[in-house]
Design a protein around this ligand. Sequence first.
Ligand code: PBG
Length: 328
Amino acid sequence: MFNDTIRPRRLRTSPVLRQMVRETRLSPESLIWPVFVAEGEGIYQEIPSLPGQYHYSPDQLYRMVERARAHGVSRVLLFGLPKDKDELGSGAWAADGIVQQGIRKIKALAPTMYVITDVCMCEYTAHGHCGILCGHAVDNDQTVARLAQIAVSHARAGADMVAPSDMMDGRVAAIRAALDENGFQNVPILSYAAKFASSFYGPFRDAAGSAPAFGDRRGYQMDWHNSREAMRECALDVQEGADILMIKPALAYLDLIYQCRQRFDLPVAAYAVSGEYAMLKAAAAQGLLDEYGAMCEAAVAVFRAGADILITYYAPELADAMRKGDIG
Ligand code: PBG
């Protein structure tokens, strides 16, 4: 039975009213832009699997800084592409490693840009796995010791925050202890707390040259059937001293973003990964959907689910959309 005094459409009658009653509010301050720094010189190359994203050698990072500034994006997440790889991934903690060079360069160009670094080994190991191998398996405890070393080397180079993405057990505690011992008590840890063994990382692995040479990552990244286990991972990271919890990927995991928001008091971040971006790009290139509208809708969904922070390749475009009032 229709009670015709109750008409939800009344609040949808004009843009000024719709904007007033929006339940989800967004701002560019909550966006983090992933950036790929490549060892070498004169490299400014569009990444084929991620149209609109680039590999920048340190001398070309001014282009990234200019683009970020033009759109009002002031937080980046750095990934490194080293020239050489080895069994141990030793480039990851080298004082003059590519991420370390990238941090210094960005800080020199733009001291107020907030630089977060991805702490992992897969871009640096010859086998492409996220840690030190023992046979064909990644050895947890040896890897954790290296991750702590990597985090400290990033902090030494000037990183503002570190983000371990490896999914080893106990790495947040080890990284916290190592940072503290080295005088970096104020460098927060953004933990990839619930990171799933996802097919949506495909374009990233092309972009970062980090696909595993054999096997897959299911021995450390999570099985996407599991949500209770995801909450357990978050709880462990809270205990170990994480400052921010991340759910990754984003769009196929909105239920976990929601649960994480309900259960924990820490800020919640979500990572809209390479496959989420590449899907929209590919569909738009074929004229199948309106890229701008779909980008906005997907981003709002993540915040509506409860995220405080969104890591996204669309950060520049989303910042513009927020400023224009199309979202937020
Ligand atoms: C490194 C890492 C990956 C991503 C972020 N950090 C790849 C992976 O785990 O295979 C994926 C990011 C993306 O797809 O955008 N371990």
